[in-house]
Ligand binder design. Structure first.
Ligand code: F6R
Length: 239
């Protein structure tokens, strides 16, 4: 794993978007894995600028998102689908049919997760963008998740529900279940970029860098991947 130290959020966003943009330029039909949350917002702003000021044919880009709350419609303001359109897709010209998002309202959860994993396998993700939870979760894979997990449905931990409640009017409105790509699905990507920002992620970064690989720390599986770039700011590093 390579650790890239940055001094602020802007630098993190620029570095992350550079990596994604390089992969997009290098591949004829680039497939990028995307994350939601506070951390990658700046990355999307930078990537929008890069894509729209280049002569890249965006028709060739395919995306897969990591996760979605169960029960939220794609137009619900707190759904990850809504976030992705607001922060990214509405500002670029990637074709609808190339955008893969889990459907929080899917009638048959089993069919939804199976089809999603098959689509990932068929496309092959070139680069996967990740954030990290305080407890080391990546996507919605909470501590204890098997390293062999593929796209599945999960019960969110009280800690994650509380962290995410800042986006909802009240705690009780936060869904308790989510669809998520599994740890194995994430590890299939050729390249992984993980953003770790702020003092409250210090312990998660420390645990990742310790090299200890354990299901108690989902992000630790990344130690087994051949091409991971961690972009972390001074506060997360503890400097
Ligand atoms: C979101 C996701 C989550 C977040 C994590 C950190 O798609 O997969 O694992 O990356 O919860 O969220 P922020 O960036 O809001 O701290």
């Amino acid at each position: 794993m390579e650790l890239v130290k940055v001094s602020n959020y802007e630098e993190m966003s620029k570095k992350a978007s550079d990596i994604l943009f390089d992969v997009i330029k290098e591949n004829e039909k680039p497939v990028i894995g995307l994350a939601t949350g506070s951390t990658p917002e700046g990355t999307y702003q930078e990537l929008i600028k890069k894509l729209n000021s280049s002569d890249i044919d965006q028709n060739n880009i395919t995306t897969f998102n990591l996760d979605e709350y169960v029960g939220l419609d794609k137009n619900h303001e707190q759904s990850y689908s809504y976030y992705m359109y607001e922060k990214f897709f509405n500002h670029v010209s990637i074709p609808q049919e190339n955008i893969h998002l889990l459907n929080g309202k899917a009638e048959f959860a089993d069919t939804e997760v199976k089809a999603y994993e098959e689509a990932i396998d068929e496309a092959g993700i070139d680069v996967q963008l990740l954030g990290i939870g305080r407890n080391g979760h990546i996507a919605f894979n909470e501590p204890g998740t098997s390293f062999d997990s593929v796209t599945h449905i999960v019960d969110l931990t009280p800690e994650t529900i509380e962290d995410n409640s800042r986006f909802f009017d009240e705690l009780g409105e936060v869904p308790s279940k989510a669809f998520t790509m599994g740890l194995k699905s994430i590890m299939k990507a050729d390249k992984i970029v993980i953003l770790i920002y702020g003092e409250n992620k210090k312990e998660a970064l420390e645990a990742l860098l310790s090299g200890e690989v354990t299901v108690d720390n989902p992000a630790s599986v990344l130690n087994n991947h051949k091409d991971v770039t961690i972009i972390a700011d001074n506060a997360a590093i503890g400097e």
